[in-house]
Ligand binder design. Structure first.
Ligand code: PLP
Length: 433
């Protein structure tokens, strides 16, 4: 039998160190469970980083991909296009917020969608500036790194980055950054760094993912919409992590009732197959000349088949409603655990729908981040059979991203493990202090 330790050693010898990885080598996965090469079962609270919202190997997604594989696997949409690409575009045009004509382009990775959204926004407005926010994560390519507002591990050592990217403050109640202060900071940016008339777009995550599951206050998103309209700036909602029913709505920004000009999707769209998209106002999407957008693999037929099936599953299984139920179940449990722990290290429990997290702090008075405790909880969970992810600009947030198709008994089992892991990590940390 191959062991995780053997594979870890081979990985260290053969794979670039920059590709950080856990030591749970997958052998197979089904819905919300993963089995490693040693036959150990794990409950999956990561969903491949918010990708398998419809579960691992959803039967309808697998059937659609198998059928497509019998027809053709790649032609390149620029060479010999196919109906399924158009159908998927039609579906996203209808599903994204906004009662106006829309168009879509497909790419492969999330970062590629963000890159294209910026290209499109610049072309359509004839402006160069882009404003992103502190704590944002938009990807690992040059432009998306520039947009990202989290230095470790994403930006350190990789610069210089493309110019014309500006960062403003993302509101964060827990750390005393009010909505008013965030808006003042944007005002300051326009007074001191960049003329708003030079800004093509704001790009914002309705719930920051890697940044720590910080929910954008709805009034903040509404204010951005107003400011954007005032200055002719486009609003891009990066829905790569928060979209595809994860927050209880198809797209996270819908909670605020705000209509963006452009939406980026990826992750959950393909249900485990690589695909991303930019959807937006038809006149904006159509600004660029033919040949200016696209790529060899963008909207690959296998991924498109998966995505068309994923949208059907989200609709048929009412995964938006399920995301709300999952979120309520998680919040109730986290609140009960925090009450037992006296709330001290569990500084903040937050999220939207099935995008929930806990921020761990050394104490609630200082709210100083406790990345050590967070890492210990993730390790304890892994030892007990639960795949967990951390996040946050200070690495002190545990995020819960189970597939939206997870059976409630498996969800509860995972929450039991989480509770035991938090208790074990807290008592070990206290004993070591
Ligand atoms: C909000 C957001 N934007 C962009 C990306 C980049 O996507 P990818 O890793 O597929 O390039 C991510 C990935 O985590 C994300 O969460």
């Amino acid at each position: 039998m191959t062991t995780n330790a053997e594979l870890k050693a081979r990985q260290e010898a053969a794979v670039a160190k920059g590709v950080a990885a856990k030591a749970i080598y997958a052998a197979r996965a089904e819905n919300a469970e993963i089995w490693d090469v040693e036959g150990r079962r794990f409950i999956d609270f990561a969903a491949g980083i918010a990708v398998t919202n419809t579960g691992h190997r959803h039967p309808k997604v697998m059937a659609a991909v198998a059928e497509q594989a019998q027809a053709f696997t790649h032609t390149c949409v620029h060479v010999s296009p196919y109906e399924s690409y158009i159908r998927l575009a039609e579906q996203l045009n209808a599903l994204t917020p906004g009662d106006f004509a829309k168009k879509t382009i497909f790419l492969s990775a999330g970062a590629e969608a963000v890159e294209n959204a910026i290209k499109i926004a610049r072309y359509a407005t004839g402006r160069s500036g882009v404003v992103a926010f502190s704590g944002a994560f938009h990807g690992r390519t040059m432009m998306t790194m520039a947009l990202t507002g989290k230095v470790m591990p994403y930006k350190k050592g990789f610069g210089p980055f493309p110019a014309e990217v500006f960062h403003s403050t993302f509101p964060n109640d827990f750390h005393g950054v009010s909505l008013e202060r965030a808006l003042e900071d944007l005002d300051r940016l326009f007074a001191t760094d960049v003329d708003p008339g030079r800004v093509a777009a704001f790009i914002v995550e309705p719930v920051q993912g890697e940044g720590g599951f910080n929910v954008a206050p709805f009034e903040f998103l509404r204010a951005l919409r107003e400011i954007a309209d005032k200055h002719g700036i486009l609003l891009i909602s990066d829905e790569i992590q928060a979209g595809m029913a994860r927050t209880g709505k198809m797209f996270g920004i819908e909670h605020a009732g705000v209509v963006p000009d452009l939406v980026t999707s990826a992750k959950g769209l393909g249900g485990g197959f690589p695909i991303s998209a930019v959807t937006g106002r038809a006149e904006v999407m159509d600004a660029a000349h033919p040949g200016g957008l696209g790529g060899t693999y963008g909207g690959n037929p296998m991924s498109v088949a998966a995505a068309n099936a994923v949208l059907g599953v989200i609709r048929d299984e009412d995964l938006c409603a399920r995301a709300i139920e999952i979120g309520e179940r998680i919040t109730a449990r986290l609140t009960a655990i925090a009450a037992r722990q006296g709330m001290e290290p569990m500084g903040d429990i937050r999220g939207l729908g099935a995008m929930q997290a806990v921020e761990f702090v050394t104490d609630r008075a200082s709210r100083a981040p406790d990345a050590g405790l967070t890492a210990a909880i993730v390790a304890e969970a892994e030892a007990r059979g639960l795949v967990l992810l951390s996040c946050g600009t200070r690495g002190n947030v545990v995020r819960l991203l189970p597939p939206l198709t997870i059976p409630f008994e498996v969800l509860d089992e995972g929450l039991d493990i989480l509770e035991a892991s938090i208790e074990a990590a807290i008592s070990k940390t206290a004993a070591a202090a």
